[in-house]
Design a protein around this ligand. Structure first.
Ligand SMILES: O=P(O)(O)OC[C@H]1O[C@](O)(COP(=O)(O)O)[C@@H](O)[C@@H]1O
Ligand SMILES: [Mg+2]
Ligand SMILES: [Mg+2]
Length: 326
């Protein structure tokens, strides 16, 4: 067994899928640690359904998860790297995955990861995934960084494991207590400022104004360009993450994918007492329109996420509707 699940009381089908995911995690952690020694994991390979360029490791990670899940309880497999949902066979579960998150960081030795989301299988492939994120029965991520960690929730808090490289086993650590509420860090790709919707620009401008602005205190900015790494920091240290929709062509609903990026991260964050919205509405209440649909994404410390929603309220009063992300 590569994962310590003692005391979590998971259904056997789900426990088996978690074991299989972490077997791949151990494999990927080793591959990543040896990147450059054997082959170039960042080599360009093609384009996925979302139009993103694929790197060698994106394709390898997808193939490894797919291989590992054959013969498991996973009936339906949806992946960032697969155009369509794949039917693996009869089974009780549906699994969506971003096999390799933070692909732009593969060749620069910065943390990358895998994000996963598990639902009970529904009547057909699409119905299994195009539903509210609140119906997930498991969600989480593995992060391949200085340490390889697994963070997962089964709807009763947020659990943490660290991979022991000596034994190849994920050992359980104390649960994640909760997203700290009073922090001064925010994460956003500020190079897109000129494209942001007015409420987001107003919120960030107020933070950037520091002690001289309306907030009367200084804030600190982070942008790793790996959603898993931003999530891990926010779970441990608090803060807020924003990837809003913006006025660039194709970015009207942001960059991040609802099914295999935002819904699972939102599930974990809410289980840790944080909040996750599209800027205004809770992510976990929204039904994605397609398997690769994007959504604007804001998550982190609850008071901060709520404050951002108030900027949308203010904008509405100034004649913009809350849904207007442009
Ligand atoms: O390069 P940008 O626009 O700042 O986007 C960074 C975001 O894109 C992502 O890398 C998208 O994920 P993938 O690497 O799985 O495509 C996120 O991890 C990250 O938050
Ligand atoms: Mg991703
Ligand atoms: Mg990816």
């Amino acid at each position: 067994m590569s994962l310590d699940l003692d005391g979590l009381d998971l259904a056997p089908d789900l426990a088996d899928v978690m074991q299989r995911l972490t077997v791949v995690g151990v494999e990927l952690a080793r591959l990543i640690a040896r990147s450059g020694l054997e082959g170039d994991l960042a080599a360009a390979q093609g384009t996925n359904a979302g139009g993103d360029g694929q790197k060698a490791l994106d394709v390898m990670a997808d193939a490894a998860y797919l291989r590992a899940l054959h013969g498991s309880a996973v009936a339906y497999y949806a992946s960032e790297e697969e155009d369509e949902i794949l039917t693996l066979g009869p089974g009780t579960l549906a699994l969506a995955v971003d096999p390799l998150d933070g692909s732009s960081n593969i060749d620069v030795n910065v943390s990358i990861g895998t994000i996963f989301s598990i639902f009970p299988a529904a009547g057909n492939a699409e119905a299994s995934f195009l539903r509210k994120g609140s119906e997930q029965i498991a969600a989480g991520y593995m992060i391949f960084g200085p340490q390889c960690a697994l963070v997962a929730s089964f709807g009763r808090g947020v659990h943490l494991w660290i991979l022991d490289p000596d034994t190849g086993r994920f050992e359980r650590l104390p649960d994640i207590a909760g997203v700290p509420r009073d922090t001064v860090e925010f994460a956003i790709n500020a190079s897109n400022r000129r494209h942001w919707p007015a409420p987001i620009r107003a919120y960030i401008d107020d933070l950037m104004a520091g002690v001289d602005g309306p907030r009367g205190r200084n804030f600190n900015m982070r942008w790793i360009a790996s959603l898993v790494a931003e999530t891990h920091r926010i779970l441990r240290r608090g803060g807020v993450f924003l990837y809003p929709g913006d006025s660039r062509a194709g970015y009207e609903r942001g960059r991040l994918r609802h099914v295999y990026e935002c819904a699972p991260i939102a599930f974990v964050v809410e289980q840790a007492g944080g909040e996750a919205t599209d800027g205004y509405h809770p992510i976990l209440d929204a039904v994605p329109s397609s398997i690769h649909a994007r959504t604007p994404f804001v998550f982190g410390s609850a008071p901060k996420v709520r404050r951002i929603a108030r900027y949308y309220d203010d904008a509405e009063q100034a004649a913009l509707t809350p849904d207007e992300h442009l």
